[in-house]
Design a protein around this ligand. Structure first.
Ligand code: SF4
Length: 326
């Protein structure tokens, strides 16, 4: 599918996994579900992933891998900010571990990109990343991919940038882990989802952890999770505050908060005060905030110049690779 995106906080979207099922209030007007059941209903990547209902197309729960999309970043030399799977959920219960391994192998093989993965299935993401062998699994998959690329093209440079120590296969040793170019996030549409998903996210090793409060359906208090407090890793002396961001395994703070109102048919209004409160909470804690769009339910506003002054905020977290920070 097309890689161009209107999403203001990324350069490309890549839909390697399509298909899903409705999980929480944020899913009610799922754009991907509507698209899969209408305009793309006969496209091979979406056919059969929805069924018709009186309320419109509904996901069947089937998921499908799009291998072409999965591997596309390997061919892109220029670094991109890639948002994965806007039309599905990588940690959906029907997605096999092997697909997840392959996606993170692509991330490992493309240090020129920043990979952003957002989920509503935070518990599975936490469980996946906390398995002792996960770095080895992903590292071996990366080796297979790099080998296949070299078989196709002996001059391929895919994989030359990663550190592989096959003689020392221990968790966390096969790759630079957690991958420094992978940002993990959870969707947070209301306080209940914040309380449920953010603790899972903060228990997941990641270079950068973010939330997407879109569609924001009510006021959310994030203050418990915006300031880092000493984690067990710090207390054990295994990491120190002057180490790079991606070593902060167990850190208890979010790095980035995206805020947005709902758009499209049936959109539910977002009060600007809810967005302003999140921006203010981030500002007080020194955390990057990004206001994507405002919406009163009938009209969505994307042009930042038309936002109220206090909401003209589009910051990125302190980058572990390159670029702008707060
Ligand atoms: S998790 Fe995302 S893709 Fe899945 S139904 Fe909800 S909004 Fe749609």
């Amino acid at each position: 599918m097309a890689e161009r995106t209107k999403i203001e906080w990324c350069d490309d979207t890549r839909n390697a996994v399509n298909g899903c099922s409705v999980l929480s209030p944020g899913c009610t007007n799922c754009y991907a579900m509507r698209l899969a059941g209408t305009r793309l209903r006969n496209h091979p990547s979406r056919a059969g992933l929805t069924r018709d209902s009186k309320a419109g197309p509904v996901w069947t729960g089937e998921v499908r891998l799009n291998a072409r999309e999965l591997l596309a970043p390997l061919r892109q030399k220029r670094g991109r900010r890639i948002f994965w799977n806007a039309h599905g959920d990588l940690f959906h219960e029907a997605v096999p571990d092997e697909w997840i391994d392959r996606l993170f192998a692509v991330c490992a093989l493309t240090p020129q990109h920043t990979h952003m993965i957002l989920t509503k299935r935070s518990a599975r993401m936490r469980e996946y990343f906390n398995r002792p062998a996960v770095a080895v699994r992903v590292g071996l998959e990366a080796c297979v991919m790099a080998t296949e690329a070299m078989q196709r093209n002996p001059r391929s440079t895919i994989g030359l940038g990663i550190k592989v120590e096959l003689s020392d296969v221990k968790p966390g040793r096969l790759l630079n882990w957690p991958l420094p170019n992978v940002w993990l996030g959870v969707s947070v549409e209301d306080q209940a989802r914040a309380d449920e998903r953010i603790p899972d996210l903060l228990a997941t090793p990641a270079a950068v952890r973010f939330i997407s409060a879109e569609p924001l359906l009510g006021p959310v208090d994030l203050r418990n999770w915006l300031r880092s407090s000493p984690s067990s890793a710090y207390l054990s002396g295994k990491v120190t505050a002057d180490m790079p961001a991606w070593t902060r395994i167990g850190s208890t703070a979010l790095d980035w908060v995206i805020v947005g109102g709902e758009s499209g048919p049936g959109a539910r209004p977002m009060q600007n005060e809810w967005a302003q409160s999140l921006v203010d909470q981030c500002k007080a804690a020194g955390v990057a905030a990004f206001v994507k769009q405002l919406s009163n339910g009938t009209r969505a506003l994307h042009d930042i110049d038309q936002f109220p002054e206090g909401l003209r905020v589009r910051a990125f977290p302190g980058r572990v690779d390159a670029g702008e920070g707060v």
